[in-house]
Design a binder for this molecule. Structure first.
Ligand code: HEC
Length: 397
């Protein structure tokens, strides 16, 4: 599917929107109509931004960060714009199926379905299939888009009748962010590559893929966390405003003097602060994980590689050089950045290097024998040191 095809589809959608709009035109002022149209067009632009940078078009530049940005567009920005673009009157006919609609858009059901869809597509096998197979990728983005619409419905849906009550909205907004923030933190603090599929720029340089994964995780965890907090705040103040207006009306009716702060308001404020505090605690990286290294550092790897000994173990330089074709005791590693991924079928360069350091006998290059290399690096090297060494070896050209 080319960008041109996409463009034609979206023109068609815009046409349908115009027809639906003209049917309810008499229920709105021209300026209201104009506002809806602007929001709806913006929404179309966002949807184009989701579909144009596909793995198909971007190739090896289609990075994890791009994918996470698209996720946020699909799940948050897109639906919020769309709901501004669709006037409640347009969906009024749906009220015929009131019971069904309420059930399908209820916070519990929607929250569950959306979490499953979002987490499900990030299971490595599914994510990698989607990034290699274009129709499946389209399916994934469409499902995320629909799940975004569902996700925001209980809070911001055009049909007010089907929105949840305010206290439920608050709890829902909080809970629904948890899977995304946890996924984000997971990508940011995992010091291994989760998605090793070759379409993710791994061919070019593994260390940059690790930082790509971390950046993507930050986009997902932090940005989505902030969107959640912002939404919580808005809903909270709407609730406060409406409950104050309701109190005011009641007091006028009873001809009573308003006592200022009602106990309900105190409860609302307390609930809100508990949520914000918990959220901050959850989003705080120190809380999730502190001692896992953030990045692999090729320079540190180089220093380590050239050490005569590493603790009690022999250093790499004792047996390896990085001069082409120069065999000391082990093979020259001059070309390893290129050859590593060709060694074992099904292993990426990064996986092969990790295994050849931690479990050297797993694969023996031609002309060498098992047990020649030092066998116990897995007891000597930390995860971080292994990552640094791999980053260094992959930077050799
Ligand atoms: C005692 C000598 C010795 C030491 C020390 C040693 N190696 Fe090796 N290394 C070998 C030999 C011999 C082979 C080939 C046989 C094998 O794979 O076990 C090898 C293989 C490798 C390979 C696979 C090369 C290829 O072409 O597929 C890598 C990568 C590697 N070593 C990295 C390291 C690193 C990194 C260190 C330091 C942490 C290190 N080695 C320390 C002897 C050594």
């Amino acid at each position: 599917m080319t960008a041109v095809n996409l463009f034609i589809i979206f023109l068609a959608v815009l046409g349908i929107y115009a027809i639906l709009m003209s049917r309810i035109a008499d229920q709105m002022t021209p300026s209201q109509q104009g506002r809806h149209l602007v929001w709806f067009t913006l929404e179309m632009v966002v949807v184009l931004a989701i579909f144009i940078p596909s793995p198909d078009l971007l190739g090896p530049d289609y990075r994890f960060t791009v994918s996470m940005g698209q996720l946020l567009f699909a799940v948050d920005l897109g639906p919020l714009l769309l709901f501004q673009g669709i006037p409640g009157q347009m969906l009024r006919p749906l009220l015929k199926w009131d019971k069904l609609g309420r059930f399908l858009t209820s916070a519990v059901l929607v929250g569950f379905v959306c979490s499953v869809i979002m987490v499900g597509w990030h299971v490595p096998a599914l994510f990698e299939t989607a990034s290699r197979n274009f129709p499946i990728w389209i399916l994934k983005e469409l499902m995320l888009l629909v799940s975004g619409l569902l996700l925001w419905w209980p809070v911001d849906g055009p049909l007010r009748e089907w929105r949840s009550a305010y206290p439920i909205q608050l709890l829902y907004l909080f809970l629904i962010r948890v899977p995304m923030v946890i996924l984000g933190a997971f990508f940011t603090f995992a010091n291994i590559l989760i998605y090793t599929s070759r379409s993710f720029a791994l061919e070019i340089c593994a260390p940059s893929s690790i930082s790509d994964q971390q950046a993507g995780g930050l986009v997902m965890g932090v940005v989505s966390g902030f969107i959640g907090l912002a939404a919580l705040t808005i809903v909270f103040f709407n609730w406060l405003k409406e409950s104050n207006q309701a109190d005011l009306k009641r007091n006028i009716l009873k001809k009573e003097n308003s006592s200022g702060v009602s106990s309900k308001n105190i409860f609302v404020v307390a609930l809100f602060f508990v949520m914000v505090l918990t959220a901050i605690r959850l989003f705080n990286p120190d809380h999730t994980s502190s001692d896992i290294p953030l990045t692999s550092d090729p320079a540190a790897g180089e220093v380590l590689f050239n050490q005569g000994t590493i603790d009690s173990a022999p250093g790499c330089v004792l047996c390896h050089t990085i001069q082409p074709n120069q065999v000391k005791f082990g093979p020259s590693l001059a070309d390893i950045a290129r050859t590593a991924e060709t060694r074992v079928k099904g292993q990426t360069a990064e996986q092969y290097l990790r295994s050849s350091i931690l479990d050297p006998n797993a694969y023996i290059p031609e002309g060498f024998n098992p047990n020649q290399m030092y066998q116990k690096y897995k007891d000597v090297l930390s995860d971080k040191q292994v990552n640094d060494l791999i980053a260094y070896l992959l930077s050799l050209n």
